[in-house]
Write a protein of this length. Sequence first.
Length: 152
Amino acid sequence: MSSTRSESGDSAVAAPLARIALALLALAAVGALLIAQHLKHEQPLVNTNEIWHPSSGAFDPRNAPASFSFTSFYRDELTITIVSKETGRVVAVIARDYPLASYRTETFSWPGTTLNGALAPTGTYIVQVHFDHLDRTTPLPQVAFHVSYGTR
């Protein structure tokens, strides 16, 4: 008889615990959905309609630097890096702690050199912009530099 009481006592405790666990699970799912929706609708860091770079096609760093411009939606300090598309490694830092005003177009240039000052190897390079205070990084999707050393 005591074993029956124990079993009914266990089920009396287990049922409320199961309801609490289910409620917590549902609450976590709703929270995750809200966070996902917020991230999906978050304003982009830069205006992709106003990205410009005149270096279309191959670029030879021995001749002239490559330039690009963009407009940001945010006021922040930026770190702008050049990243090898093939390796994913940062090859150059062209701005560090650069003060940026919101809704103002800024122009930057890359002379085609690496962190140690050497000419960048032949390859494709992309620009990444890190917003220091927001702690967010974005590539500039329309800007890719194709370094190639043809004859002069």
